[in-house]
Design a binder for this molecule. Structure first.
Ligand code: PNS
Length: 176
């Protein structure tokens, strides 16, 4: 868990499951890093949707590798309420990406609840149209059914996914 009491209001927290990081996530991180002095990517320990494919350490390592060119990006994890976490570290803002209009419906009430609980506002960045159809769950489904995903995830993620697939694949099974 992050213990960064030194990070003040200049910190923008970008929370998510990142199971795994996609090109859409990376684009939001890079754009947030150009706006805010410090971006803290906060990986939720236990995603609410389902058991993650990647361990917490794998998810954090993949993000660190993919963002190593960004000097003001750090990666941490949090468990429980996001509002409690942003309050604890004194974050200035929460960043969320919006891909499609339906994202907005959930994100709006979540943002208002988070502000009510913590006093911290949420800033939305619209997804780049090149990435608006990409989600972690679609990427996993396509990949494990044999589809090509190199345009949808950063290189370090692709490497970890290939390794995971090789572990899963029984010996002797053809590679394509
Ligand atoms: O990448 P995801 O799965 O869309 O990220 C969702 C995440 C982690 C941002 C969201 O589930 C979250 O904030 N979880 C923490 C629990 C919480 O604070 N719930 C109340 C929301 S008002």
């Amino acid at each position: 868990m992050f213990n960064g009491a030194s990070h003040a209001a200049s910190t923008a927290v970008y929370p998510g499951s990142f199971d795994p990081l996609t090109m859409g996530h990376l684009d939001v991180i890079e754009r947030a890093a150009a706006i805010f002095p410090h971006v803290l990517v906060a990986v939720v320990v236990n995603p609410q949707k389902r058991e993650p494919l990647f361990t917490l350490e794998e998810r954090k390592q993949m993000i660190r590798a993919a963002t190593k060119h960004c000097g003001n990006v750090e990666v941490t994890d949090f468990r429980g309420l996001l509002a409690g976490f942003v309050k604890q570290i004194g974050a200035g803002v929460i960043v969320k990406g919006l891909r499609v209009v339906s994202d907005f419906e959930n994100e709006m009430s979540t943002a208002l609840m988070n502000r009510s609980l913590s006093g911290v506002d949420t800033v939305f960045l619209p997804s780049d149209p090149r990435y608006s159809f990409i989600s972690s769950s679609l990427v996993k489904e396509v990949f494990f059914l044999g589809g090509e995903i190199e345009h949808y995830v950063p290189e370090p993620v692709l490497a970890v996914m290939r390794a995971k697939r090789d572990i899963r694949r029984p010996t002797g099974e053809p590679t394509s």
